[in-house]
Design a binder for this molecule. Structure first.
Ligand code: NDP
Length: 480
């Protein structure tokens, strides 16, 4: 059975304890590889090697670091098919999705920050005659980068690329549930001979390995993407040490559909924004709010389309939904469907586990589920389910849509469907979310600020925001 290795000080290496954790293929329910159960010793080695690499890496010219990032980007591109297959097996997502979204985006993340760092400038201010202020932006030090399982390589590289571009060295941990593409990334870094210690990838459980990384006094900043509860735990440890911290957390995103929308486009995109990646994207719209005038028409058309969606083997190009990432997560989603029923929700379609044949007979599959008849305050509409489950509810006025949208503890993203420009501006302005898509969804420009309000996080990733986060500004004031 394949054993994944840590990547520390430029070398692939076994965990010092010799202990491993089982890695499951969610589409078959079987163990197919082993992950290092890294302990404090491995974490210390990774941090030491990052510390040793920092002086040289942080003082390379931007163009030199850009070249290394280009090489990593090209290395990922050259192995795109292999990485996509690995991502699909590890995560359960359809292979076509990993080929068309996850891995190309990892290529782009490195390419984007390779070029961005070449154009990154700091400010200077002419204060008075003979006085000038300028801002030095220096790399912070060792960045701890922790990422979740839903978009494994995509989100892992979204942190690592700007951290490295800005001149930091990195100790990173992927989710123990989906470690394979992070491991393949370390193979790529080894192949291109990335200087030892610049990037260290340590595998293991969040509660032990991850916790050891973020608790270390030796790391200088933390970039975390994952659940809100984990984010709160990390903040408790990191905030009292006054270290920089970026937290990208959960969401409960509204998808607001006004009477005057382009019906067909709203319908088609809402299918995607509800169920892409089995609904396991933090940006999925899990609460569909439809204006009364088209509510029944939209609901019926939506349910009819959802019924056509094929849940199947992730390797089958006709599968729209693959497997749920893990048995505990599968159980959690099914338990939320039971909660929805107990709260009075009517299941319009789905609502159950799907049993497939052959190799997939023990896999974890759930049918895309649409639930009606729930009020905004119930658990189903307040808590993040993070699966192929959406609720649908009517609203009458723009004010009501805004109130419903803003009435959760989350504030990550929202989608608005309208053909009225004034409505789009007014609603976009009043939604308490970090991102608002109007008449589209998941259209990403890597230069834009990415992140959430309220319990969806602190800080922003993307573009200059990430480079600002991964550098320490210093004001120098000169009188001459
Ligand atoms: P978790 O919070 O469970 O885990 C995220 C990462 O943190 C994993 O690598 C995990 O390791 C690690 N971890 C867990 N505990 C600790 C700890 N004490 N110290 C350090 N690291 C720790 O999230 P999930 O992986 O379940 O991801 C799903 C969540 O991520 C959802 O809430 C989703 O909304 C959110 N998310 C947010 C995004 C955003 O941009 N705002 C984007 C994508 C997802 P391990 O898995 O090995 O336990």
């Amino acid at each position: 059975m394949k054993k994944i290795a840590n990547y520390i000080n430029g070398k692939l290496q076994a965990p010092t304890s010799g202990e491993y954790i089982d890695n499951y293929n969610p589409a078959t329910g079987e163990i197919y590889s082993l992950i290092p159960d890294s302990d404090q010793t491995d974490v210390n080695l990774a941090i030491q090697s990052a510390r040793a690499a920092f002086p040289k890496w942080s003082t390379l010219r931007n163009s030199e670091r850009a070249e290394w990032l280009e090489k990593i980007s090209n290395g990922i591109k050259a192995r795109l098919e292999e990485l996509a297959l690995a991502e699909s097996i590890d995560n359960g997502k359809p292979l076509w999705l990993a080929q068309s979204v996850d891995i190309p985006r990892a290529v782009d993340n490195f390419k984007f920050y390779a070029t961005a760092i070449m154009h990154y400038a700091s400010e200077s201010h002419h204060t008075a005659e003979g006085v000038i202020n300028y801002t030095l932006r220096k790399p912070v030090g060792i960045a701890a980068c922790i990422s979740p399982w839903n978009l494994p390589l995509y989100l892992f590289t979204w942190k690592i690329a700007p951290a490295l571009a800005a001149g930091n060295t990195v100790v990173a941990k992927p989710s123990e549930i989906t470690p394979m593409t992070a491991y393949l990334l370390s193979e790529i870094c080894e192949e291109i001979k990335l200087p030892a210690g610049v990037l260290n990838i340590v595998h293991g459980l969040g509660s032990s390995t991850g916790n050891s990384i973020i608790s270390s006094d030796e790391i200088d900043l933390v970039s975390f993407t994952g659940g809100t509860a984990t984010g709160a735990h990390i903040a408790k440890i990191v905030a009292p040490k006054f270290k920089k911290m970026s937290l990208e957390l959960g969401g409960k995103n509204p998808n607001i559909i006004f009477n005057d929308c382009d019906f067909d486009k709203a319908l088609k995109t809402s299918i995607n924004s509800s169920f892409a990646n089995q609904g396991q994207i933090c940006l999925c719209g899990s609460r569909i709010l439809v204006q009364r005038g088209i509510y029944e028409k939209f609901r019926d058309a939506f349910v009819a389309k959802v019924k056509e969606m094929k849940v199947g083997d992730p390797m089958d190009p006709t599968s729209r939904l693959g497997a749920i990432v893990s048995k505990p997560h599968y159980d959690k989603i099914l338990s939320y469907i039971e909660i929805a029923k107990s709260e009075g929700g009517q299941i319009l379609t789905g609502g159950e586990a799907v049993k497939l044949d052959g190799e997939n007979k023990n896999g974890w599959f759930i049918s895309p589920t649409v639930i009606e008849g729930l009020d905004q305050q119930c658990r189903t509409n307040q808590e993040e389910i993070f699966g192929p489950v959406v609720t649908i509810q009517p609203f009458d006025t723009e004010e009501e849509a805004i109130e419903l949208s803003n009435s959760t503890e989350y504030g990550l993203a929202a989608t608005v469907w309208t053909s009225n420009l004034h409505t789009a501006h007014r609603v976009g302005d009043q939604l308490k979310t970090g991102i608002v898509w109007v008449n589209c969804w998941l259209l990403r420009d890597l230069r834009t600020p990415f992140g959430g309000m309220k319990n969806s996080g602190v800080g922003r990733e993307g573009g200059w925001e990430a480079l600002n986060f991964f550098t320490e500004p210093k004001n120098i004031c000169i009188k001459f």
